[in-house]
Design a protein around this ligand. Sequence first.
Ligand code: GLN
Ligand code: ZN
Length: 763
Amino acid sequence: MVLSTNLGYPRVGADRELKKAVEAYWKGASGLADLQKTAADLRMRHWNLQKKAGLNHIPSNDFSFYDHVLDMSALFGCVPARYKWDGAKVTPELYFAMARGNAQVSAMEMVKWFDTNYHYMVPEFAPGQTFKLSSSKIFDEYSEAKDAGIETRPVLLGPISYLMLGKYKGDGETPWGALWDAILPVYDEILGKLAALGAEWVQIDEPCLTTADWDGVENVYKTTYARLAQAAGSTRILLATYFEGLNQNMETTLNLPVDAIHVDLRRAPGQLDKVLETLPSDKILSLGVVDGRNIWKNNLSASLDVIEKAVAKLGKDRVWVAPSCSMLHSPNDLALEDKLDHQIKSWMAYATQKLDELATLAKGANEGRDAIKSALEASDKVAQDRKTSPRIHDAAVQKRMAAITPDMSQRKSSFDLRQKKQQEALGLPAYPTTSIGSFPQTDTIRKERAAYKKGTLPEADYLKAMKDEIAQVVQWQEEIGVDVLVHGEPERNDMVEYFGEQLAGFTFSKNGWVQSYGSRCVKPPIIYGDVSRPKPMTVEWSTYAQSLTDKPMKGMLTGPITILCWSFVRDDQPRSDTCKQIALAIRDEVQDLEKAGITIIQIDEPAIREGLPLRRQDWDSYLDWAVESFKIGTTGVEDTTQIHTHMCYSEFNDIIDSIGALDADVISIETSRSQMKLLDAFVAYKYPNEIGPGVWDIHSPRIPSQDEMAALLQKAAQVLDPSQIWVNPDCGLKTRGWAEVKPAMLHMVNAAKAMREKLRKAA
Ligand code: GLN
Ligand code: ZN
């Protein structure tokens, strides 16, 4: 029989119960028992939901108080020395200290989980690292479900991915061999215990397997899994891969001594034929056909085509239906969306709805299409609707897309010439000062915006409040002597949402929360149709701000790649097309700003680096369309209009060619925390355009001194031409308070003045 299975369920709860409970616990507003009760209730609710939907394999240990990779570190007792752990059990206090740090000790590093917007806590390995079973979470949760009459499939991250995702903190090369030798006995122990508890299946995730291309991949996986299979005894192993196809490791993976293998057929549908051909006859194939990372309904008949093909080759007993990856990356329950447009909602599915899709697909595979006739009809209708709906397909946008020509991504003149013209037009001093766009979003501003959105503050009052705010920050910037002013973005809630709300083709959910890290959830905009700009979005704000000063007022926009990366996107056209549609809208906005007399325009692209595909061989094509999109957005202006871009949290080494190809007149980046180390890529590349290396770490409440910032500028001046250098903070200041921003900005302006003085003396 074809089984319906799940790889993981969103843990935060439909009403973000876990977030609220964890934060209350952190604040001391509730005790550990309350937190544990909420957690247990959520787990039980989610297991029951899956049981009710009719799922045959339900995961456990997919729950986490903070992060599942941190859970693994707790499981192995992989606790960095700075936490002064006694080596007994990893307590909740210690666990949260590792997650978030506290007054005495810093948190563990956090980075993005593959190409998702989820962040995991990076395991840290010390010289002589040992591992020992130090948490009973995985066993407790299995037993908890079992006691409630639900047999679950415990999930754990595999040893190779766990080690690969960590960082060795000693000198020299990572001692892989020693780490392996140390960690495998703990896996043996875990699997042995699960077997003793009676677990029928265990799910071992090895997402790193899809991209691994180091020497000896095959050998390491083979040896490891032969050992784990032995340790698992009567418990059978599902090895799960996701986020990419098996690619070069297809043979290796499919021949590992495990009982079932999961493949992601949403990300890599093309691998199916080869997988079916290669899979040894003793193994079960888990088909990831329902997208675990998106919010669209599954096309059931298309999925059934895939499942039936697999069944024809393998037989029903060797085929499972599954989501492409854990549903951790999907919002919880669409039923709670009472404000969404009806038709758009009819195209969507959140995790709860995806469970039904999985069960329906398995039923269709087992009993034939007739058994799920009405579900298939409904699904076909949605597919047809999305193919033809005028709300999705906009002929005017299509026409513009077809008319994109190469000259639409070229400035009129080369940078040298533009630079001269801009110098003449703008008359800026050396080391010009500016900031990235936002100023503190004070409680007053937030309250005013919330009241306006709720309808309790009339529009005229709201506009006046924001304009007053702008007038104040303009005056203050003039007073302290900033060269290129910003209006402070008080009217923006979020740098993507603000634009999405004004663009056609976007909608917003009320409850579409997805965990980003720990208790933090994000609610990405939903791009459902062709994107266009009904009317100018920022021109009034920018021209108002410009009217208050003779200094240049910089206009700020979010770029097409970032808008794309931080939204739920359509699955019915390539991402590159959606990106170019957004780019055309941004192009119009840039041109309108220019027409309105704004001479400096910044297009923020903090997400360009994170948008990189997982496999290096896919990078070029992504970078090609990403660069083209940025240029479509920014090049439709006169030479005298100065285009800035801004990028934060990025390492540039891998993509510096493309950063150069963006041909922005000025780029500002985050460099202060790395003490200008991130500049290296620009130096090695001989980056020709102007650049503002951030001199103030805005993630910290600390106020840097003038000397400190001047020292960073001095460092930059040693490797760049002083005439290239701009002076700015690392990023926008919306999360900071005025008590920090006022002195720090003044210190920054004075640091720039000191640098100018030095330059004058040297001349
Ligand atoms: N212009 C935005 C701001 O200043 C940029 C934010 C970002 O790069 N993350 O807030
Ligand atoms: Zn930034």
